[in-house]
Design a protein around this ligand. Sequence first.
Ligand code: 13P
Length: 255
Amino acid sequence: MAKRARLVAGNWKMHGSRAANEALLAAVIAGVRELADVECVVCPPFPYLSQTAGLLAGSRVAWGAQNVSEYASGAYTGEVSAAMLLEFGCRYAIVGHSERRASFGETDAQVAAKFAAACRAGLVPILCVGESLTEREAGRTEDVIGRQLDAVLDASGPASLAQAVLAYEPVWAIGTGRNASPEQAQQVHAFLRARVALREGSVAARLRILYGGSVKAANAAALFAMPDVDGGLIGGASLVADDFVTICGAARSNP
Ligand code: 13P
């Protein structure tokens, strides 16, 4: 099996303040200094990206945005382009988070366009897919996430995933304290990898697939021990420095 570098990304969602970010980032930088084999990423809200870039300079923590426009420039009030992000040293951009799909009406086609825009600019998109509880209970998990993934594969082609990261985030596990079991996560991650392999085997073998949804310091190691779970996308626990550092540590290849 291809060796894939582990990655843990913190999605701060709409949380933070200048003072809180400063303390959190200082603790994270110090805490992950020795974790040479884990890529650590933080994704703060847009107004804090410049502050974050400054505080992270020279550290081994990268940063990303929580969203990106599908447009390059123009009359799109409130939007932020991939090129603007890149100019500040941004490396990653979350696209298709379930909160954007559910609360802001982002469609599969729009998510695919955002993914393409991020790739074109040279960002690394973190593409989120995931099913709701109703969909899972109706046995539709693979239909839903297969459709979400295919929208991107059809629009950008399988080679585009070579510069991307995939994140499986079951909606029922986000912010609920009810994480997918390691076996449930593994089953879906294996499905996603196989789906990419149908189009391009070598891309699938190298693709990093993160799990997100109530990852905590106490359950991270068991989730990351699964063969197709290559790290995590962390919400609430990424706002608590000790927890986030512990989760990053749990992603080491040989903890
Ligand atoms: P929680 O870790 O708070 O469940 O959030 C997960 C998530 O949505 C990360 O993008």
